[in-house]
Write a protein of this length. Sequence first.
Length: 276
Amino acid sequence: MKKSTVVKLYNELDNKEILKKGLPRIINIKGNAEYIFYDLCIKYNDILNSDILDHFISISIFLSSLDDNLERKRLLNSIYDIFDNDYLVSNMDFNIILENIEYIMGTMFSKVFDVYDEEEEKYYISEIIIELSKGLSKSKDYDINKIYNHDLNVIFSRFFSVLEDLNNTKIPNGEYYNQTLIDRVKAFLDIIFSKEIYELDDYKYGVVLDMASTIEDINELSKLKKKIVFYSRLTDEDFEVNLDNSVDTLTGISIKLLKEGKSKMLKFPENSSNNK
């Protein structure tokens, strides 16, 4: 990063000590990342702290590594959408969102997507983050009294379960492999961030997270969303029993209900004592 840019940024920031202390890390910012980093710091000067500065460094470096200018702009706008969302920024767990976005940027997806090179791999990483941003942006429509009801760590844990399981996604005949994987990510995020589903009580929402993160068939995920809304007014017990009964995929909820003797589909006959 050029010294002149550092001085210019220093003069414009409110909290100048953050920049001074961050200089050893800023050394890694090179090329186009310099301008992206500068713009992020200026645009979000009012919320800038040491942690956010570190995230801006990582985000800037990743964005500058994208050769596709259009994709870079789309991803940058998605990052803006996250930081422009007061509900997210004011959340005590906002740093969790940034940490997980940074983690996605550093994850290797070459063994997940069918890609030819690193640039194509980064394209799909970018697409995942863009879809995540779209999901998070729905928080603007939530009931203010319910927006912080669920643990972001749990949500991201389930999200990463989906990403780790993408290779097992059911690919319909004639469908493009990579796009189907992205469609599964979209379907999962659409379910868990839908207003009527996100505003469920924490127990029901946990049931949804378990089932939606396990189902590998996009068509079944689409049907699941409708069933969740349909059964949402039931008691917690009836909700999970009926929801589990509506899908063919074995989930953690399926096993739980089997152990409790409540499963409608999983019914194993008792072992016969007739041992020969």
